[in-house]
Design a protein around this ligand. Structure first.
Ligand code: MG
Length: 260
């Protein structure tokens, strides 16, 4: 990873979108602070299209698109999105309704298995979720990494996929991640997803950002990404000096400066 000061005009050539993680990237310990929030306005004024990409529930994404100066939010690690990129607020769930209901029932049954087997606790934001179930492994409860690993193994052999951020373990039957979720949103808008991945900067901090760090044209981490490097097959190309929301603000200021 190179310092933000090494980011050049050539690196941002053609970049017109900023895709960013929420927890511990835009948000600092779950809160949207003043400098990070104003950074969104500065990026928007500079002409970037802003797209949040989070493991948080669909309901969070809908509120963010309705209220913040952003044009889209992809939630549940790529499973579902809300956007106003081509008109009024639209929800994108590529899974047909009957399949979604079938998957929901399987998720709920297997959730009980995981709760009984590993004494895992549900995250406190499950009521707003459409495509996945989230377990709290570090937000309000600590779960030992080896317990998380055993739970993930059981999920895998049972036909489920899992993602971990530093706070949640997600269980899903959907095939998406933060890179393919973005690609699906672009395809739905009749845009070439490969070209759009190259034209977007991705900002993140942890393991569930891994697929995005491997796929986007320009990738940047906030300083706290250093704690999660062992879980990333591809590290972001650039890293901020500050952590979380302050790091986001620092990256935003650099992007705006170079675009000007
Ligand atoms: Mg994060």
């Amino acid at each position: 990873m190179r310092p933000l000061s090494a980011l050049s005009v050539e690196d941002i050539n053609g970049i017109d979108k900023v895709v960013f993680d929420l927890d511990d990237t835009l948000l600092s310990n779950g809160k949207l602070e003043e400098d990070a929030y104003s950074a969104l306005f500065r990026l928007r004024v500079a002409g970037f299209t802003l797209i949040a990409s989070t493991g948080r529930p669909a309901s969070f994404a809908e509120v963010a698109v309705r209220q913040w100066p952003i044009q889209a939010a992809i939630a549940e690690n790529g499973g579902v999105a809300f956007h106003c990129l081509d008109g009024p607020l639209t929800k994108l769930d590529t899974c047909p309704g009957h399949t979604r209901r079938e998957r929901r029932a399987r998720l709920e049954t297997f959730t009980e298995t995981l709760r009984n087997e590993f004494e895992l606790q549900l995250a406190d934001d499950n009521h707003g979720r459409i495509t996945d179930v989230a377990f709290d492994i570090g937000e309000h409860h600590r779960v030992a990494p080896e317990v998380v690993e055993r739970a993930r193994n059981l999920a895998r052999v049972s036909g489920f996929r899992t993602f971990c951020s530093n706070i949640h373990m997600h269980l899903t039957l959907d095939a998406f991640d933060k890179a393919t979720g973005f690609a699906a949103l672009m395809s739905n808008l009749q845009q070439d997803p490969v070209r759009e991945l190259r034209r977007a900067a991705f900002l993140g901090d942890s393991a569930n950002d891994g697929p995005a760090f491997a796929a986007f044209g320009l990738t940047l981490g906030v300083a706290n990404v250093r704690k999660h490097l062992a879980k990333l097959t591809v590290a972001p190309r650039f890293v901020s000096h500050s952590t979380m929301g302050r790091g986001f603000s620092e990256i935003a200021a650099r992007l705006v400066e170079l675009r000007a």
